[in-house]
Design a protein around this ligand. Structure first.
Ligand SMILES: Nc1nc2c(ncn2[C@H]2C[C@H](O)[C@@H](COP(=O)(O)OP(=O)(O)OP(=O)(O)O)O2)c(=O)[nH]1
Length: 218
C-alpha cells in the first residue's frame, strides 16, 4: 500500500535544489511564500522609493527591479553566490486610483483622507515583480493587477481602523487579510497579489527563466 498521507504530508516530494531570497522586509510577502511551501532567506534592499515618476504600473515595476537588483548586487559583491546561486525576488505594491500611485500613507490624517477617496470605489492594486536567477544571471519581471472594490466604512469605522495603525504600514492604506478586510467588498484578480506578491505570476516568471517553482519548495 502506498503512502496514504494526503496533501500536506510532512515529507516534501521535491527536495530543495535551489535557494530562494526575498528582497523585501515585508512580513506579508514572507508569510505568502512560506504558506506556499517556500522558505526564503530575507535580505532587505533598502531602496529609496521616493521621487518616482510614471504610471503606477511603471513605478511599481521599476521599484521591484531596483529592489531585486540591489540585493543581487550585494550577494554578488560578497561572493555569496558561487557555491549555491540563489533565485532572488523583489516586489513593490501601489494602489492605483484615478491614474495616481498611492503607497503607504504619510500619517494617520493621510490614511483618513485616503479612505474618503477610496470608499465606494474600485481601485487597482498593482504589484511589480522582478526575479533574477543568479545561476544564469537571467532576469524576468512583470506587473500583476487586481481590482479592489472598497466598501463604505463610516467615519467612525475609518477612525477606529486608522487608530489600530494597520493602514499606516501598507500600500493603499488597507489590507485584504487583516482588519481592513471588513471594508473590502470584493476583488477581481489574484488575491495574493493584493497582499504583496502574486504567487501564480511568481511561478510564471520563474518558468521564463527555465526554473520550476516546485524545485524551490522546502
Ligand atoms: N498583509 C497585507 N499587507 C499588505 C496588503 N497590501 C499591501 N500590503 C503591504 C505589503 C508590503 O509590505 C507593503 C507594500 O509596500 P512596499 O511594496 O513598498 O513593500 P515594503 O516597503 O513593505 O517592503 P520592501 O520595500 O519590499 O522591503 O504593504 C494586504 O492586503 N495585506
Amino acid at each position: 500500500m502506498g503512502d496514504r498521507r494526503g496533501p500536506g504530508a510532512d515529507e516534501n516530494p521535491h527536495p530543495v535544489t535551489r535557494r530562494l531570497v526575498l528582497a523585501s522586509q515585508s512580513p506579508a510577502r514572507l508569510a505568502l511564500l512560506r504558506g506556499a511551501g517556500f522558505a526564503p532567506d530575507v535580505i532587505v534592499s533598502g531602496v529609496d522609493e521616493s521621487g518616482m515618476t510614471g504610471t503606477p504600473a511603471e513605478i511599481c515595476l521599476e521599484l521591484a527591479r531596483r529592489k531585486c537588483r540591489a540585493v543581487v548586487s550585494s550577494l554578488t559583491a560578497n561572493g555569496d553566490v558561487d557555491v549555491d546561486p540563489p533565485v532572488v525576488i523583489g516586489c513593490d505594491s501601489v494602489l492605483e486610483l484615478d491614474g495616481v500611485a498611492y503607497g503607504k500613507p504619510k500619517d494617520a490624517a493621510d490614511a483618513i483622507t485616503r479612505w474618503q477617496l477610496m470608499a465606494g470605489r474600485t481601485g487597482i492594486l498593482q504589484t511589480g515583480h522582478c526575479v533574477v536567477d543568479l545561476a544564469t544571471g537571467r532576469e524576468s519581471s512583470a506587473v500583476a493587477a487586481t481590482a479592489v472594490r472598497f466598501g463604505t466604512p463610516s467615519e467612525e469605522e475609518v477612525a477606529a481602523y486608522v487608530a489600530t495603525g494597520e493602514p499606516l504600514v501598507v500600500a493603499g492604506a488597507f489590507t485584504i487579510d487583516g482588519r481592513g478586510s471588513l471594508f473590502i467588498d470584493g476583488i477581481d484578480g489574484d488575491h495574493s497579489n493584493v497582499i504583496g506578491l502574486s504567487l501564480p505570476l511568481f511561478r510564471r516568471l520563474l518558468a521564463r527563466l527555465d526554473v520550476s517553482a516546485v524545485d524551490l519548495w522546502r
